[in-house]
Design a protein around this ligand. Structure first.
Ligand code: CAA
Ligand code: NAP
Length: 246
């Protein structure tokens, strides 16, 4: 039977590419969308036209109860989740001087609390079955910091602390936990950056001189999810065009 891969935020730029890649490899692909997303059915229909039959469930990843309900429904309707990709995320960029509690909380809840909320209801099952993959999509800006992103950099750095600690706890149980830290990838999240800032301050910092492609990150997710990657755990893999080497 096909393994089940749950990719949160599958209707975004990176998420869509990950869903497509995983489907091409034979996984049964399940995704989530925000409860308020009115374009979910349109997206599903568009994907079906391209030959991909995805399942999608509403879920506010920032809310523990919503995450629990969503995972329970998926498990009941389709079966247990084998691969969890914590991909959903937001930015609320502003300098620390302007940063208020609302925008701090929104980013921490959506990008970091979400990792707890989604992993908690799936991890024990993976351990019991002796196989599982948890892949957390962090960011180069969690590794190096970024101007205007105290909230986002903190949340993304926290994701990797989580990966390392959980990786230790489940290492003997066939479950791996890893972080991917992409650099700037051409999705709507990056296109929201003022174009003068993108052109003058960001692209020049990327030795390859271009943004990354969602498919390039999806390929790495697919590798981490595979049986071949069984010995790889607790890692934070950078994929950033050479922007940050450590
Ligand atoms: N480095 C150095 N200085 C910068 C800067 C940068 N990256 N970005 C802005 N500044 C400077 C401006 O030049 C300006 O300087 P002066 O006052 O000397 O002219 C000053 O900061 C502006 O400060 P303000 O508080 O007035 O801020 P603002 O309202 O103009 O907006 C900002 C500041 C929100 C940080 C805006 O510049 C911005 O959106 N920058 C992009 C932040 C960014 O990289 N976000 C990544 C989003 S994509 C993503 O997060 C995906 C991922 O994981 C990689
Ligand atoms: P995107 O196109 O804006 O997609 C973000 C996705 O997250 C959307 O599908 C959105 O779903 C979902 N989401 C946001 N808040 C949610 C919530 N509360 N509950 C459920 N879903 C929610 O962004 P992206 O560029 O693909 O980014 C995907 C991930 O990669 C993020 O975690 C981001 O931080 C990370 N990342 C991106 C880059 C980059 O350069 N693009 C670089 C490094 C890391 P709805 O549309 O249904 O709201």
């Amino acid at each position: 039977m096909a393994r089940i891969a749950l990719i949160t935020g599958g209707m975004g730029g990176l998420g869509e590419a990950i869903c497509i890649k995983m489907a091409a490899l034979g996984y049964q692909v399940v995704t989530t969308h925000s409860p308020g997303n009115t374009k979910a059915n349109e997206w599903l229909a568009g994907m079906e036209q391209q030959g991909y039959k995805f399942r999608a469930y509403p879920c506010d990843v920032a809310d523990f109860e919503s995450a629990q309900k969503c995972i329970a429904q998926i498990t009941q309707e389709l079966g247990p989740i084998d691969v969890l990709v914590n991909n959903a995320g937001i930015t609320r960029d502003m300098t620390f001087k302007k940063m208020d509690k609302v925008n701090w909380d929104a980013v921490i809840k959506t990008n970091l609390d979400s990792v707890f909320n989604m992993t908690k209801p799936v991890c024990d099952g993976m351990v019991e079955r002796g196989w599982g993959r948890i892949i957390n999509i962090s960011s180069v800006n969690g590794q190096k910091g970024a101007f205007g992103q105290t909230n986002y950099s903190a949340a993304k750095a926290g994701m990797h602390g989580f990966s390392k600690a959980l990786a230790l706890e489940v290492a003997r149980k066939g479950v791996t936990v890893n972080t991917i830290s992409p650099g700037y990838i051409g999705t709507k999240m990056v296109m929201a950056i003022p174009s003068d800032v993108l052109e003058s301050k960001i692209i020049p910092q990327i030795p390859m001189g271009r943004l990354g492609k969602p498919e390039e990150v999806a390929g790495l997710v697919a590798y981490l999810a595979s049986d071949e990657a069984a010995f790889l755990t607790g890692a934070n893999i950078a994929i950033n065009g050479g922007q940050h080497m450590y």
